[in-house]
Design a protein around this ligand. Structure first.
Ligand code: NAD
Length: 360
């Protein structure tokens, strides 16, 4: 079922509720408040002090300490779900049942089965749904995809993608050993699939989107390093993976490697994609301070000369979500796309156990 069209011209402001008011919710509030058609009308967090401080910071009139209370109030059209990973599934299903449009943080859910259930429910209800795969906002990766699709590097043969973070060896973002926002990310019983589930979904999307292809088979290894006595801190059993490496075959026939780590000393948050074709090659590097797209094409192939490619600005996921509601038509990345990526992540975990490659 298609979402109903709202019509942007005659439209009253889109009333948006923020669900979960931790670290990332600030990025959502700041971005949505720059979209003229949006009004932030309410915020929900199980932590009363947090939701009140958040509402004051972003000038949001209503606060709630449970989603049930917010749904009973009902004065909102859409929600941005910025709760921890394991909370996405139950709360998003509740919101879809209430007929609300939902942007949900990544990963959509902890498993493919749950993510597919969310995609089915959103499609059946005809609500707009989007997953915040943030790195779609990087203009350079969008340009890389266009260049691949236009045949500028020929047939793609080899793909190399990495996502490097160092928050286990640096306090640049806070102290992981004392702050719950990092500890839940290290514990499977708190709903985390480790670095694979957390940023694996980003780098799989970055690689597949930028190289304009999908993963068709996968083999992965992952490792959990000792971080505290008995790998436990308080209620947190630190058993989720910290580093993964993956070899993949793609539907366009290429092979490649994808890897990510929270132990990548010297890199706060860096995504890198290299796509090599039989006529040329592309490289995208995205860091917090800058993004770059370089290409080696045509006569430059002979001497391996690389040149920077200029790019135009692109719409963000936040802007696309609002436009999708106005137009009554979903835009990527949808729940279905995120569910399909989650399937690859689930299979990657099976390959680690069984030590064999699996077709997607
Ligand atoms: N797209 C990105 O680049 C990006 C970056 C960072 C985080 N994230 C994702 O955003 C989500 C939140 O991450 P974070 O860093 O903000 O975590 P966080 O722990 O800082 O914040 C989560 C908040 O949700 C609240 N919460 C927990 N259960 C709730 C419930 N049932 N109802 C309402 N509120 C509830 C917590 O009290 C907390 O304030 C995660 O899924 C994470 O993977 C995405």
């Amino acid at each position: 079922m298609q979402p109903a069209k709202r019509g942007i011209a005659e439209m009253a402001p889109l009333r948006l509720l923020v669900l979960g008011t931790g670290g990332m919710a600030n990025t959502h509030a700041m971005n949505f408040s720059t979209v003229p058609e949006v009004k932030l009308v309410g915020a929900v967090d199980v932590d009363l002090a947090k939701v009140r401080a958040f509402a004051a910071r972003h000038d949001i009139p209503e606060t709630f300490t449970s989603l049930d209370e917010a749904i009973a109030w009902g004065e909102f059209d859409a929600v941005t779900n910025v709760t921890p990973d394991r909370i996405h599934h139950p709360t998003t299903l509740q919101l879809i049942a209430a007929g609300k449009h939902v942007m949900c943080e990544k990963p959509l859910a902890e498993t493919y089965a749950k993510a597919a259930e969310m995609a089915d429910a959103a499609e059946q209800a005809g609500v707009v749904n989007m997953v915040n795969l943030t790195y779609r906002n990087v203009a350079q990766v969008q340009k890389a995809r266009q260049m691949v699709l236009a045949g500028e590097i020929g047939r793609v043969r080899h793909i190399e993608a990495s996502y490097l973070q160092s928050w286990l060896v640096s306090k640049a973002w806070g102290d992981w050993s004392t702050e719950s926002q990092w500890l839940w990310r290290l514990s499977t019983s708190h709903g985390s699939n480790g670095v694979l589930g957390d940023v694996g979904i980003h780098i799989l999307d970055f690689a597949g989107y930028g190289a304009a292809t999908d993963i068709s088979s996968v083999f992965a290894r992952m490792k959990t390093f000792e971080k505290a006595p008995g790998n436990r801190i308080g209620e947190y059993n630190l058993d989720a993976n910290d580093s993964f490496t993956m070899t993949a075959e793609f539907s366009n026939g290429a092979i490649g490697v994808i890897h990510a780590s929270r132990w990548a000393t010297g890199h706060l948050n860096e995504l890198r994609l290299r796509v090599h074709g039989d006529k040329g090659a592309l490289e995208v590097i995205h860091r917090p301070d800058a993004s770059k797209l370089r290409a080696c094409r045509e006569q430059d192939v002979e001497l391996a000369v690389w040149r920077e490619v200029e790019v135009d600005p692109v719409a963000t996921n936040y802007q696309k979500f609002v436009a999708a509601i106005a137009e009554g038509k979903n835009q990527e990345p949808t729940f279905r796309h995120a569910a399909n990526l989650q399937k690859v992540l689930d299979l990657a975990m099976v390959t680690e156990k069984e030590r064999r490659e699996i077709s997607v």
